[in-house]
Design a binder for this molecule. Structure first.
Ligand code: HEC
Ligand code: HEC
Ligand code: HEC
Ligand code: HEC
Length: 160
């Protein structure tokens, strides 16, 4: 019987630790965290859904550009790049949004075209592909020069 008091004390300490754990945990966990209340969301913070929905989308789509670049978009819609989003080449809208005078990236390099037009096994047929720049120039019976660029012949907005 001499140990009974020790066991009681140990239990009191353990209960205090468990209660303390839940109190401290309460400060760190959001109320919408699923394990509170109804368990509706499971292991998930309910409020994060609304937060995600309200995040600003970096990519806004070609419609956004149409507001101010109407003429260019009209031209582009009539050509072979009608299906290619402006932001695929110019980067996401937000960079431009903050201040329209900010320079928008416009990559004029050969690589910027080849990332879509280089022949790759498995690339879909609707995407016209060339084996290499040198071969393309041979096929077109044009002289190849190292400083030649795709956009010397193709308008990036209306490529053909
Ligand atoms: C609120 C109007 C507006 C919208 C929307 C807009 N632009 Fe512009 N953009 C302008 C204006 C004005 C200029 C001309 C700025 C200048 O000449 O310095 C410009 C210039 C540019 C340039 C040339 C930049 C340079 O360095 O000379 C590019 C590329 C461009 N916009 C791409 C886009 C794309 C892509 C979108 C859609 C994601 C877009 N813009 C949406 C107003 C807009
Ligand atoms: C295939 C890549 C590509 C796509 C898609 C594209 N652009 Fe461009 N854009 C370029 C390149 C490259 C230049 C720079 C051309 C140069 O310097 O000769 C440019 C230049 C521009 C300019 C500067 C003015 C001009 O006419 O040179 C504006 C504005 C512009 N683009 C807007 C747009 C808009 C709006 C769209 C969507 C309809 C779009 N671009 C789609 C590659 C693209
Ligand atoms: C983001 C991918 C992408 C980039 C980058 C891109 N293109 Fe294209 N391009 C396409 C697609 C997709 C088509 C075919 C569209 C269709 O047939 O609907 C196409 C079609 C073309 C065509 C054939 C047009 C026609 O009327 O048959 C040419 C030429 C072309 N692109 C040149 C270029 C050049 C030059 C560049 C670089 C400035 C470039 N492309 C960058 C996706 C791209
Ligand atoms: C010296 C001018 C010139 C240069 C530079 C050039 N092309 Fe072309 N390209 C042409 C001509 C001409 C055609 C054929 C147009 C036609 O068939 O009506 C063509 C056609 C194409 C086509 C369509 C092929 C098809 O099968 O429908 C693509 C894609 C293309 N070029 C991409 C490129 C890319 C990418 C570059 C840069 C690596 C480039 N071109 C550089 C002149 C050029």
């Amino acid at each position: 019987m001499g140990h009974f008091n020790h066991i009681i004390r140990l239990c009191v300490v353990l209960i205090a630790v468990v209660i303390g754990f839940f109190i401290v945990r309460g400060f760190f966990f959001s109320v919408s965290f699923g394990t509170y209340g109804s368990y509706l969301y499971g292991y998930h913070r309910g409020n994060s859904d609304a937060e995600q929905e309200n995040m600003y989308a970096l990519y806004q789509g070609t419609e956004k550009c149409a507001k101010c670049h109407e003429k260019l978009i009209k031209e582009s819609r009539a050509g072979g790049h009608a299906a290619v989003a402006c932001e695929a080449c110019h980067g996401f809208w937000q960079a431009h949004n903050k201040n329209t005078k900010d320079k928008v990236p416009r990559d004029t390099t050969v690589e910027s075209c080849m990332r879509c037009h280089e022949k790759v096994i498995g690339r879909p047929d609707f995407l016209p592909q060339i084996n290499s720049f040198v071969q393309h120039m041979k096929d077109q019976e044009e002289a190849f020069a190292p400083d030649l660029k795709c956009i010397d012949c193709h308008n990036p907005h209306v490529p053909l």
